[in-house]
Design a protein around this ligand. Structure first.
Ligand code: PRP
Length: 187
């Protein structure tokens, strides 16, 4: 059972593991606003559909669209989570389908983090069959050194090292998504 043993502003202790702040709340919010400004500019006069990949993206998506100036819609979908197995087997399944029809729409797929790139690759292949007018990817975090699949990420919040991160939607065994900072496992 993963439980927070102590939390201070910049450090979270979980059992024998120590997580230190990688990006604090102010830094995250500043970057999210910049990304939203860029998206607002790029989609002026359009009504994009933001599609959040559950569960991790829900906080980022929520903060992001509050800063978007154009009209927009949102939807969510969910992939099965296999942990490390998901990466090695390349086996991804859909757990929650979209509610909206993306045909002819400008869609922006929103991820909290792109690691191997498998989820995004799967999503792009799936959505392209529904012939959206355009499709872009927006990820708060990208681990460039972990990418195993060729994916184009149009909006990137931060490139980060290939280390384990938690907070701001990102979990450790489903916990710690509620933390306002993003923390990295300290070695
Ligand atoms: C995480 C994250 C991405 C995916 C990225 O989801 O939210 O969807 O992994 O990894 P990839 O680039 O190697 O595919 P996870 O399956 O852990 O589910 P969660 O969002 O519910 O935490």
């Amino acid at each position: 059972m993963h439980k927070i043993d102590s939390i201070e502003k910049d450090v979270v202790i979980v059992g024998a593991e120590k997580f230190v702040t990688l990006f604090n709340e102010e830094t995250i919010q500043r970057r999210v606003k910049e990304m939203a400004a860029q998206i607002s500019e790029d989609y002026k006069g359009k009504t994009p559909v933001f599609i959040g990949v559950l569960n991790g993206a829900f906080i980022f998506l929520s903060d992001l669209i509050k800063e978007v100036k154009s009209d927009c819609e949102i939807d969510f979908f969910k992939l099965s989570s296999y942990g490390d197995e998901k990466i090695s087997s390349g086996n991804v399944k859909l757990l929650k389908e979209l509610n909206c029809d993306v045909s002819g729409r400008d869609i922006i797929i929103v991820e909290d983090i792109v690691d191997s790139g498998l989820s995004i690759k799967f999503i792009e292949e799936l959505f392209s069959r529904h012939t959206p007018a355009s499709m872009k990817v927006c990820a708060l975090l990208v681990k460039p050194n972990s990418l195993k699949y060729e994916v184009k990420i149009d909006y990137i919040g931060f490139n980060i090292p290939s280390k384990f991160v938690i907070g701001y939607g990102l979990d450790y065994a489903q916990k710690f998504r509620n933390l306002k900072n993003i923390y990295v496992l300290s070695e």
